[in-house]
Design a binder for this molecule. Structure first.
Ligand SMILES: Nc1nc2c(ncn2[C@@H]2O[C@H](COP(=O)(O)OP(=O)(O)OP(=O)(O)O)[C@@H](O)[C@H]2O)c(=O)[nH]1
Ligand SMILES: [Zn+2]
Length: 330
């Protein structure tokens, strides 16, 4: 018997899948493993049920949206032939970027997440948590919203309930919402507050540095009033590898301007007919936004440069080795 199930929990090489009220543990068929195709939370899969033990996932259905995280693991450090990107969650409509309004707050990080989410086809929403700990909530909200015309910024407090009603419009039954954010940002507490009960384990964070202890051990989906929430473990570091496309996606206004520059290779410094300079001059583009765009772009190309350097070093080492052996043979 074959049916469409959704992956709600990934636990090493076992997957908990659900269809309505029915939940089954599954393993992968050999051919999926052979093709290096691994389901992630939110995936829809075809399974063959086994009443006597783990059922079998036979196929992963095409992903509507996906969020990748850069994957540098698994290879020796120098072997950066291609930096692989690894899917983390799939088939979500919205991704809440959870950032706490304390020392951990970073516009740069929110912009990175937003870029990567847009690149994967989902809609980012900046959810600024722990508003009760912040003195300039409105300003932070304004700054965040200014990052992208397509992203709403909502400050909330799970403790006081502040702002939570503004998230209601995203809670449409049938919708999938993923929560991304650093460990300790308040993802689990937010879900618990929305659900009105203890559905996720929450952890205390160390007060001193506002860095959270890693408490979420696996990704899981929980359903509250027909809305599926995907909780992800805190992502410590987020590279820009998959975000290139997303940068122009989030900064569509800037991409648009760049396309209007008189020269196609315009550096936007001194060329005549530069649409970016013009927009900066007449105030349609804020200098802060332009600077952020450049910073993200730089970071992005910087990771490429580092990658190329590494490859060149490997090539040079090989040449040296060859020279050395040629010399020895003589
Ligand atoms: N002041 C304040 N603290 C909060 C709020 N929401 C969560 N916290 C606290 O922040 C800490 C971390 O919250 P969690 O919900 O466990 O954070 P998380 O993002 O799920 O962390 P991981 O599970 O590690 O990914 C806990 O001590 C919470 O009590 C809030 O609205 N205001
Ligand atoms: Zn230009």
């Amino acid at each position: 018997m074959e049916e469409k199930y959704r992956v709600i929990l990934v636990h090493r090489d076992r997957y908990l899948v659900r269809n309505g009220a029915k939940e089954l543990y599954c393993v992968l068929t050999g051919s999926l493993r052979y093709r290096d195709e691994y389901p992630v939370a939110g995936d829809y899969v075809e399974i063959t049920e086994n009443p006597f033990g783990d059922s079998l996932i036979r196929a992963i259905l095409p992903r509507r949206t996906v969020f990748y995280r850069p994957d540098r693991g698994g290879h020796a450090d120098g072997f950066a032939k291609t930096i692989q990107v690894q899917p983390l969650i799939a088939n979500m409509d919205y991704v809440f970027i959870i950032t706490s309004l304390n020392q951990d707050f970073s516009l740069n990080r929110i912009a990175r997440y937003a870029s990567m989410i847009t690149a994967g086809g989902a809609v980012p929403v900046a959810v600024l948590t722990k508003a009760d700990q912040c003195a300039d909530v409105e300003e932070k909200e304004r700054e965040t919203a200014a990052l992208s015309g397509q992203m709403e910024a909502v400050a909330v407090s799970s403790y006081t309930g502040f702002g939570l009603e503004r998230l209601q419009k995203y809670f449409i039954p049938g919708t999938t919402i993923a929560l991304l954010g650093s460990s300790g940002a308040g993802k689990s507490t937010l879900i618990n507050t929305l659900a009105g009960e203890e559905v996720m384990r929450t952890g205390e964070i160390r007060e001193a540095d506002s860095k959270g202890r890693h408490t979420t051990t696996h990704r899981e989906i929980i359903e509250i009033n027909g809305v599926s929430f995907i909780d992800t473990p805190g992502l410590r570091e987020l590279g820009m590898v998959a975000a290139e496309e997303g940068i122009s996606g989030t900064f569509t206004d800037i991409a648009e301007l760049i396309s209007q520059c008189a020269f196609s290779d315009c550096t936007h410094r001194s060329e005549p007919g530069c649409a970016v300079r013009n927009a900066l001059a007449d105030g349609t583009l804020s200098p802060e936004r332009w600077e952020l765009y450049n910073r993200l772009e730089q970071e992005n190309s910087w990771s490429k440069i580092k990658k190329n350097e590494k490859m060149m070093n490997i090539a040079m080492d090989k040449r040296k080795q060859r020279k050395h052996s040629e010399w020895k043979e003589r």
